[in-house]
Design a protein around this ligand. Structure first.
Ligand code: ARG
Length: 471
C-alpha cells in the first residue's frame, strides 16, 4: 500500500493534518499504551467485526467493504497469533495498530471501519469484553478453591482443634468447620463476581466520542452480536466511567484478602509452635544458610500479593476521582492495574487450591493444643445454666474453677469431682461429659455450629451447590 493509503503509519498524521510538528520521542513513549494494551487485541477485533457487520446491515458501508474488513481481520488474527504482527509504538495503542494494518491490507474499506465510532467507545467496549472473558475464567477457579477446601473438610469433621478469638484458645471447633468458614468467604466472592459481570456486560459502542453519532447505528444489534446484556444508555457515561473496573477490582481485593487470611493461617499452622499441618515439599523452599528449614513460601507470597491487588484498587479508584466528564486520557491508566489484578488473582487461586489439596493434617497436635487453653470452660458454664444458674453467675463460678486448675497446671476435666463440687453444689458426675473436647463439639449442634452433624450438613450443601457450577 502507498503511504497516502495508510496515514496511520505516521503518528503525527494519525488524526489530522492539523499538526505541524511531530511528537517528541519522550511524549510518544509516555502516551503510548500499545505495549500493554495489545493484550486486548482479540476483543478489539471482535468489537470491530461486530461494528462493521452492523454498518453493512444499516447500509452505511458496502457489503464489499464488510467482506474486505473480515478478510483483513482474519489475516491480522493469524499474524498476531503466530507472533508475526509488528506492533508499532508510533501507532500508540492496540486500536490504531490494528486499524493501520487493516488499511494496509484492504485499503479504503479499512478506513471506513471507524465510521460512527471513536477510540473512546472502542476502548471502553474492548476493556469490557476482555474483562468479561477473564471473569468467566475466574469463576471456575473460585469453585475449584472451594472444592479443594471441602475435600479436606470432608475428612476432618471429627478432628478437633482450638478455635481462637484474640489469637487465644477460645472453644474447640472441628478442622472441617474452620475450613468451611473459608468456603463461605469464597462462595460470597463468587456471588460478587457474578454481580460485577452484570454491570461489565453493557455495550458502550455507539456512544462514539461522547455524544453519540449521526449515523443510523443499530446498537442493540452490536450488543447482541457481542453477547452483551444490553447497551449503555448514556453516551457520556459510556465513554467515561470505569466503575465496572473498580467493582471488579474491589471484588478481587476482597477475594485476595480472604486468600491472605487463609495463607496466614497455613503459615502459622505449619510453624513448629503450632505443628497443626504439614505441606507437601513442592510448596516449600529451603534456606541457603539453615539446612533444617522448610519455608511455606507459596503461602507467604499469596499473602504478600494481596497487597498489590488491594493497591491496584486504590490506584484505580483514585484514577477515577476528579475526572470531569467525559473521556480523559487518564483512563488509559486503568489497564495495567486491571491486567495485573487478573493475573495475580488467577495464579494465586490456582496455586492455593492446589496447595490446600496437599495439606497433611496432624490431628494429635491440634487436639493437644485444644486441651491447653481451657477450651471447654464455656461448656462448664452452659452445664451450670442447664442446672438452673443464671449465665452470669455460672460464668463467675467457672472463672474460679479455671483459676484453680491453672494454679495446679491441669485441665478442668482433671479436677476431681469433690473439688469441682466445691465451686458449686449443682455439679455432678455427669459434668465430665461436657468437659471433653468431643462433648463440647457435639453440644454445638445449632445450625451453623461446629457439631459434626451440622458440619456434615454444610458439606452436603456446598457439594450440591458446587456440582451446579461447571469447571
Ligand atoms: N489508548 C486509549 C485508552 O486506553 C484509547 C482511547 C484514546 N482516545 C483518545 N481520544 N485519545 O484509553
Amino acid at each position: 500500500m502507498s503511504a497516502s493509503n495508510n496515514q496511520l503509519d505516521k503518528k503525527s498524521q494519525a488524526w489530522s493534518a492539523l499538526f505541524s510538528e511531530p511528537m517528541s520521542e519522550l511524549v510518544k513513549r509516555y502516551t503510548a499504551s500499545v505495549f500493554f494494551d495489545q493484550r486486548m487485541w482479540r476483543a478489539d477485533i471482535q468489537g470491530s467485526l461486530a461494528h462493521a457487520d452492523m454498518l453493512a446491515a444499516q447500509g452505511i458501508i458496502g457489503a464489499d467493504d464488510l467482506a474486505a474488513i473480515q478478510r483483513g481481520m482474519a489475516q491480522i488474527t493469524e499474524e498476531i497469533e503466530s507472533g508475526r504482527f509488528e506492533w508499532k509504538l508510533d501507532l500508540e495503542d492496540v486500536h490504531l495498530n490494528i486499524e493501520a494494518r487493516l488499511t494496509q491490507l484492504v485499503g479504503d474499506a479499512g478506513k471506513r471501519l471507524h465510521t460512527g465510532r471513536s477510540r473512546n467507545d472502542q476502548v471502553a467496549s474492548d476493556v469490557r469484553l476482555w474483562l468479561r472473558s477473564e471473569i468467566d475464567n475466574l469463576a471456575p477457579l473460585l469453585a475449584d478453591m472451594q472444592r479443594a477446601l471441602v475435600a479436606v473438610a470432608e475428612k476432618h469433621t471429627e478432628t478437633v482443634m482450638p478455635g481462637f478469638t484474640h489469637m487465644q484458645v477460645a472453644q474447640p471447633v472441628s478442622f472441617a468447620h474452620h475450613l468451611l468458614a473459608y468456603v463461605e468467604m469464597f462462595a460470597r466472592d463468587t456471588e460478587r463476581l457474578a454481580d460485577v459481570r452484570k454491570r461489565v456486560n453493557r455495550l458502550p459502542l455507539g456512544a462514539a466520542a461522547l455524544a453519540g453519532t449521526s449515523y443510523p447505528l443499530d446498537r442493540e444489534r452490536v450488543a447482541k452480536a457481542l453477547g452483551f446484556d444490553g447497551v449503555c444508555f448514556n453516551s457520556l457515561d459510556a465513554v467515561s466511567d470505569r466503575d465496572f473496573a473498580l467493582e471488579f477490582s474491589s471484588f478481587a481485593a476482597i477475594t485476595m484478602v480472604h486468600v491472605s487470611r487463609l495463607a496466614e493461617e497455613i503459615v502459622l499452622w505449619m510453624s513448629q509452635n503450632f505443628g497443626f499441618i504439614d505441606l507437601a515439599d513442592r510448596y516449600c523452599t529451603g534456606s541457603s544458610i539453615m539446612p533444617q528449614k522448610r519455608n511455606p513460601d507459596v503461602a507467604e507470597l499469596a499473602r504478600g500479593k494481596s497487597g498489590r491487588v488491594v493497591g491496584h484498587l486504590m490506584g484505580l479508584i483514585t484514577l477515577m476521582k476528579g475526572q470531569p466528564l467525559t473521556y480523559n486520557k487518564d483512563n488509559q491508566e486503568d489497564k495495567e492495574p486491571l491486567f495485573d489484578t487478573v493475573d495475580t488473582l488467577r495464579d494465586t487461586l490456582r496455586i492455593m487450591a492446589e496447595m490446600v489439596g496437599g495439606i497433611v493434617v496432624k490431628p494429635d497436635a491440634m487436639e493437644q493444643a485444644a486441651l491447653k487453653g481451657y477450651a471447654t470452660a464455656t461448656d462448664l458454664a452452659d452445664y451450670l445454666v442447664k442446672k438452673g444458674l443464671p449465665f452470669r453467675d455460672a460464668h463467675e463460678v467457672v472463672a474460679h474453677a479455671v483459676k484453680q486448675a491453672l494454679q495446679q497446671g491441669v485441665d478442668l476435666s482433671a479436677l476431681p469431682l469433690d473439688v469441682l463440687k466445691g465451686f458449686h453444689a449443682a455439679i455432678g458426675e455427669d459434668v465430665y461429659e461436657v468437659l471433653t473436647l468431643r462433648g463440647s463439639l457435639n453440644a454445638r449442634n445449632v445450625l451453623g455450629g461446629t457439631a459434626p452433624a451440622q458440619v456434615r450438613a454444610q458439606i452436603a450443601r456446598h457439594l450440591a451447590r458446587l456440582a451446579q457450577t461447571t469447571t
